[in-house]
Write a protein that binds this ligand. Sequence first.
Ligand code: NAI
Ligand code: 15L
Length: 276
Amino acid sequence: MSNFNHRDTPKPFNRLLLTGAAGGLGQVMRERLQAHANVVRVSDISAMAPAAGDHEEVVSCNLADKAAVLALAQDVDAIVHLGGISTERDFESILDANIRGTFHIYEAARKHGIKRVVFASSNHVTGFYPQDEQVDAHSPRRPDCYYGLSKAYGEDLATFYFHRYGIETVSLRIGSSFPEPRNVRMLSTWLSYDDLDHLVERALVCEGVGHTVVYGMSDNRDVWWSNRFAAHLGFAPKDSSERFRAQMEALPKPAADDRSALLQGGAFTTAGPFDD
Ligand code: NAI
Ligand code: 15L
């Protein structure tokens, strides 16, 4: 009988940093990144499960704290940056967690000589396009909220840090990554966890990515986004939202004058304002 198991296979990274590890996608990727690194350093501002053995390091960190993020990224080979506020909020909250936080990640990468970042951007960078228009990585951005603006800024940081310092990034404009779609919109935007895992793996190991922007969606029937400028990643999603169609189409329909039902960003396009 063979003694082979996946821990005997050489891994592409010694140590990976995962931010946002307590979140929905962070919990998924915390487990799945084990396949790519000897050690995964998992971090969040929120409480996390303790380290599972000697192949994990758990570090509590507020992304808004520059010195803490610098220490967090010590001895790391690549960063999967999922941490931050993941929905629309008041600008000041977004400023600290997402705008300052992502800046701190890139500064830490620069100072420690880390050459690859996988950045969880969002479809809300282009959320103000109508649902009947197809967009791609070269389409002018139309952020649909402060949250979408913060992701657009994160993508600009990625471009700057590549041209100035040679740090490569794949920005994942994730659609809707949940166990299942939750509404009709998500029949177009859904990204299964298996396809997310595959996308993150491609984003980590594919060579010569510069700054590549890719939409994170499964092989859904009716999609709004083209990945023609990200073909070099070799991202080939296998799941499809189609098996949920009947269930989603049976849900109550939005009102005919509901503008958010016509726009790609859905409800994010009408969120706020927060301080009137
Ligand atoms: P989530 O909200 O479940 O997880 C985000 C994590 O970031 C949380 O655990 C939170 O505690 C942490 N965080 C927030 N502020 C922080 C701070 N100042 N310092 C340190 N940690 C902080 O979000 P989810 O769904 O897991 O998304 C992960 C990433 O992917 C986010 O950046 C989100 O914007 C992005 N994304 C997710 C999509 C989805 O469908 N799940 C779609 C598009 C983008
Ligand atoms: C996002 O960017 C959010 O983080 C996530 O919670 C979903 O709402 C998703 O977009 C979406 O557009 O469905």
